[in-house]
Design a protein around this ligand. Structure first.
Ligand code: PLP
Length: 395
């Protein structure tokens, strides 16, 4: 019954799904508290109190309307988001520049649907969020991968080489999944310079699509670059999945500035894609909720504490990794570059990670610290034993 393409994809067992299944299997055998599932990026920080209060408030309203709406979403909510961004980034957005989406995943898909012709190339930076591949394939695009430098900032020379006349979209993600790296202002300036020069060379626009679900999860003082300040053909995809712990509610937004080339048609095409894909519009109730909670966010200390215990333990045990500046992941080098063996040894200690191969970067594993603090506390001994298994030298 199913299509050949889907059939092919069914047999590709994604590393994150595999890890999830392994955690379930082990929990059934050994008990929840004896398995340390650091695989999934499912936020566990409590939803801010105001979100719950506003939700209760709306649910109590008899006259609440549940009707279809314009694909872009409620005007009053988009206005609040535009005002928020105008204040924060000194943008001049109006409601037309904001489109409410079903999370970032929905946002990226409608942008790609609106922009890609079959065979158009989409650049992503290794290591990358695995779902990009499926999103691009959905619209017959072709993925082109760019390598990182040692510090996981992009390799600019490689980017320059990989851009061709078929390049339509470049996806950036900062704070970054799976490394926790933040792209610096210098990185943003350099990428923009390359894209501007390539646009000139090929005589057509290249869209920079900035995937930003972790924008508000930053543990350092450094200010994140706002990509539209650097490069005019930028579309930002934001989500409340992590910043308000609302991952299951599927709510986010796109910004399509008027400065984007042919912006009026891009906005129309993205809205059309929303309708034609059957999303119709982003979830109505949660549009209203985020509209009332624009200045809220989860308690950052919740993840900062997790980051501290996990990074501290890893370094103490001699694991090789860089300190994440944002998001909630640590990308750890597998001893002897042997990812499979490391994953296997970790599983024996009931530690569940995701292999770097899933992110297009083998020889590493991703540890997620968005779980409860107690899980990381309990995992400390297992991480120490695993270091002994791998004969790492404690610092
Ligand atoms: N992009 C990145 C880099 C992610 O890590 C995730 C989720 O983990 C998403 C997009 C999807 O986010 P959303 O829930 O907003 O669709």
């Amino acid at each position: 019954m199913i299509s050949k393409e889907m059939n092919k994809n069914l047999s590709i067992n994604g590393g994150i799904r595999e890890a999830f299944n392994e955690a379930r299997r082990q929990k059934a055998l050994y008990g929840d508290e004896n398995v340390y599932d650091l695989s999934i990026g499912n936020p566990s920080a409590p939803v801010p109190r105001k979100v719950t209060e506003v939700l209760k408030d709306f649910c109590g309203k008899k006259e609440l309307d549940h009707q279809y709406m314009c694909e872009s979403g409620y005007e009053e909510v988009r206005e609040k988001i535009a005002d928020h961004l105008n204040q924060k980034y000194n943008t001049g957005y109006g409601i037309n520049n904001i489109i409410m989406t079903n999370g970032v995943a929905g946002g990226i898909n409608i942008v790609l649907r609106a922009l890609l012709n079959p065979g158009d190339e989409v650049i992503i930076f290794r290591p990358y969020y695995p779902a990009y591949k499926g999103f691009v394939e959905n619209w017959q695009g072709k993925i082109v991968e760019v390598n990182p430098k040692e510090d996981f900032q992009p390799d600019f020379e490689d980017l320059e080489h990989k851009i061709t006349i078929r390049t339509k979209v470049v996806i950036v993600n900062s704070p970054h999944n799976p490394t926790g790296v933040i792209y610096t202002k210098e990185t943003a300036a350099k990428i923009s310079e390359i894209l501007k020069s390539k646009q000139k060379e090929y005589g057509h626009a290249i869209c920079l699509l900035s995937d930003e679900p972790y924008r508000d999860l930053v543990y350092i003082e450094e200010e994140l670059p706002w990509w539209p300040d650097f490069y005019r053909n930028t579309i930002v995809s934001y989500s409340f999945s992590k910043s308000l712990s609302l991952a299951g509610e599927r709510i986010g937004y796109l910004t399509i500035p008027t400065e984007v080339e042919d912006s009026e048609n891009v906005i129309k095409a993205v809205r059309l894609a929303m309708g034609r894909l059957g999303f119709v519009n982003a979830p109505a109730l949660f549009q209203r909720i985020v509209g009332e909670c624009i200045d809220e966010q989860v308690d950052l200390e919740y993840y900062a504490k997790n980051r501290q215990i996990l990074y501290g333990t890893l370094k103490q045990c001699g694991y090789e990794c860089i300190e994440p500046k944002g998001a909630f992941y640590i990308f750890v080098k597998a001893p002897d570059n042997n990812e499979e063996r490391f994953l296997e040894l970790a599983r024996k200690r009931h530690l569940i990670f995701v292999g770097g191969s899933s992110f297009g970067y083998s020889g590493y594993v991703r540890l997620s610290f968005c779980c409860k603090y107690e899980v990381l506390q309990r995992a400390t001994d297992a991480l120490k034993h695993l270091a002994d298994d791998c004969r790492l030298t404690a610092s």
